[in-house]
Ligand binder design. Structure first.
Ligand SMILES: Nc1ncnc2c1ncn2[C@@H]1O[C@H](COP(=O)(O)OP(=O)(O)OP(=O)(O)O)[C@@H](O)[C@H]1O
Length: 268
């Protein structure tokens, strides 16, 4: 687990598309954070900057005090399109998470040492797919494929787990299952975790801390108890969110983590 510090992060694409505008926050070790915002608000850009897939225009990102400037095994990224290889088994896909620790030939012939193989099986167990280890990924459901993607990320043995819209293409049941496995992986392995989501109800169910982006600016940073309908309005603007929220009132939210918020939140 690791501590993340983002300071005055700005990302401008081309001449004038400001995707992130002077965003700063700190995340404690082991926190489970959900990034929310409408399409185009900058969620993916934030996660891509954190994983060094995109370079910031200005500002810094530090993990445990060290500035992050290039992709690193300590930071795993899970994508919406899980990028797993359909012809390979769930196990082989998971094992490929060890790629940076093995040479190419070892990987092709699966000659990784037994510790790596054990890690792959353990990661599949974490995402509830041990019994499907020998199933071809292409024969698995979208939700199962995403869980294989999570297993592969875990085999990387990261300290920080990032997931960009990991459930965007899944049905509601599979989305909940994938979120549950992400949460369990985060808690079991003490991973500092940031996940971008579109869906407010899902965010409220699983999130403990929330960062809201609007037009590239951070408009909220706080915990469940402060994640009220007014704040959701602030993040989502005029978009009609009736029926998405407020089954039981956002301000009485109990998260799946079972942890109550310990810090106050604020619209900024
Ligand atoms: N590679 C790129 N080149 C140019 N503009 C980009 C690029 N990537 C993102 N943008 C722009 O930056 C802004 C933020 O986009 P980003 O993808 O980060 O938002 P998002 O909140 O993740 O949206 P979505 O939920 O639709 O993925 C948008 O205006 C988008 O069009």
């Amino acid at each position: 687990m690791s501590r993340i510090a983002v300071t005055n992060l700005t990302k401008v694409y081309g001449d004038d598309t400001i995707a992130l505008d002077d965003v700063s926050f700190e995340i404690d070790e082991g926190e489970f954070v959900i990034v929310l915002g409408v399409s185009g608000s900058g969620k993916s850009t934030l996660l891509r900057c954190l994983s060094s897939l995109t370079s910031p225009t200005e500002g810094t990102i530090e993990i445990d005090g060290d500035e992050v400037t290039q992709t690193h095994d300590d930071i795993a990224m899970i994508f919406q399109q899980h990028n797993i290889i359909g012809q390979m088994t769930a196990y082989s896909n998971a094992l490929s998470g060890s790629l940076s620790r093995s040479d190419f030939v070892e990987s092709v012939f699966q000659l990784q040492d037994s510790a790596e193989k054990y890690r792959a099986l353990e990661a599949l167990e974490t995402v509830g797919l041990l019994e499907e280890a020998q199933s071809k990924a292409r024969n698995m459901s979208g939700g199962q494929q995403q869980r294989v993607g999570i297993a592969r990320a875990l085999v990387q043995e990261p300290r920080v787990m990032l997931a960009d819209e990991p459930v965007a293409s899944l049905d509601p049941g599979s989305s909940q299952q994938v979120m549950q496995y992400l949460l369990e992986a985060s808690v079991d392995r003490d991973l500092t975790t940031m996940i971008s989501l579109h869906e407010v109800n899902l965010a409220r169910k699983f999130g403990e801390r929330f960062i809201g982006l609007r037009d590239g600016k951070k408009v909220f940073d706080g915990y469940s108890e402060d994640f009220t309908i007014d704040i959701i309005d602030e993040i989502y603007g005029d978009i009609d969110i009736d029926g998405i929220v407020a089954e039981d009132g956002a301000d009485t939210n109990e998260t799946e983590t079972g942890k109550r918020a310990t810090k106050g939140g604020s619209a900024v």
